[in-house]
Design a protein around this ligand. Structure first.
Ligand SMILES: [Zn+2]
Ligand SMILES: [Zn+2]
Length: 327
């Protein structure tokens, strides 16, 4: 039966459409709700031909009509979560597209995404460290938008019909969601919590892997704050935007928190042993030069900012203009 392998039943009226590929950006889950005489979505996938086919096949398998679309809620304005929007809405007037207000500029104009990914910082640091000329997938000439396109993401522009902030509520059929602003990975990232069903639609902050984070998206500090926020909720089930359903919420939140804090520990231990440059620290945290470029650079910068704020480390500019970090 087409679509049967990719549909995970959460409840009778809520299904997860699971991509077969664990690889980003194809790996984003789509959640679809039976919503009165129509359907609603939480995230819609990257918009590649395969992911769009999967989405429509899943609806056929469920015998749920693809129209009318009542609501499309986006956890954040990254292309792996919203690329399918054009395909989904083709030929029909947009329904109610809902997004956190901070992510609006990136939804309206994906060309702005390199800013919230801190790509200019990656290029600046790369030049500083004198690593130009290395054969790497990502480096000074890196074009984030072209990269997304090369991976099959549709880079569509999305105009939200309703913008929300923390404390707002979103109703989808008999689900009553509270909006939680959960930055770190994206500046306007949000998670939705239904207290009656003790259900958390986490977006990217919890899941198979720790999401990357960048100073412009809230950084390590923002990410940990987001985890603290959802850690205070009574949760029976976490539905992540990448990976499988999570039943042990406390464990998942704690493990994610520990993985982030582990990077603080690696940095402070290394600096206690002696001063280090940005590049030396980046190499300690990440193996490959491509990963050091992105997301290594914004992740490391996030931790350095956090540790400086906490007065755990010092930063000094040397005579040659380079920066040295001390414990
Ligand atoms: Zn994302
Ligand atoms: Zn994602």
């Amino acid at each position: 039966m087409p679509g049967s392998n990719s549909v995970v039943s959460i409840f009778d009226d809520l299904k997860m459409i699971r991509p077969p590929s664990p690889y980003w950006p194809e790996s984003a889950n789509v959640y679809v709700f039976k919503d009165g005489d129509g359907i609603s979505f939480f995230d819609v996938g990257c918009g590649s031909v395969a992911s769009a086919d999967r989405l429509f096949n899943a609806l056929k398998f469920l015998k749920w009509e693809a129209r009318p679309i009542k609501k499309i809620i986006l956890s954040h304005a990254h292309p792996d979560h919203m690329g399918a929007m054009e395909i989904l809405l083709s030929g029909v007037s947009p329904g109610h597209i809902i997004l956190h207000e901070i992510d609006i500029p990136y939804a309206l104009d994906p060309e702005k995404l390199p800013l919230s990914f801190d790509i200019p910082l990656c290029k600046e640091r790369w030049t500083e460290t004198g690593d130009q000329g290395k054969e790497v997938e990502k480096g000074p000439g890196f074009d984030l938008i072209a990269y997304f396109r090369s991976l099959g993401c549709a880079m569509c522009r999305v105009k939200p019909d309703r913008t929300v902030v923390e404390g707002d509520t979103i109703q989808v059929d008999d689900y009553d969601f509270n909006v939680f602003h959960t930055p770190g990975h994206a500046p306007g990232h949000m998670s939705l919590y239904d207290p009656g069903k003790r259900l958390l639609l986490a977006g990217d902050i919890l899941g198979e892997m720790v999401a990357w984070y960048a100073p412009s998206s809230g950084g390590a500090e923002g990410y940990l704050g987001s985890l603290n926020k959802v850690g205070n909720l009574d949760i029976d089930l976490i539905l992540p935007s990448h990976g499988s359903v999570i039943v042990d919420a406390t464990k998942a939140i704690q493990e994610t928190r520990e993985k982030i804090l582990e990077r603080d520990i690696v940095i402070t231990k290394a600096l206690q042993a002696g001063p280090k440059t940005f590049e030396e620290l980046n190499r300690l945290l990440f193996d490959s030069p491509s990963v050091q470029f992105f997301p290594g650079t914004p992740i490391l910068e996030s931790h350095l900012q956090k540790l400086k704020d906490e007065k755990s480390i010092l930063m000094e500019v040397c005579k040659d203009g380079g920066t040295l970090y001390r414990g």
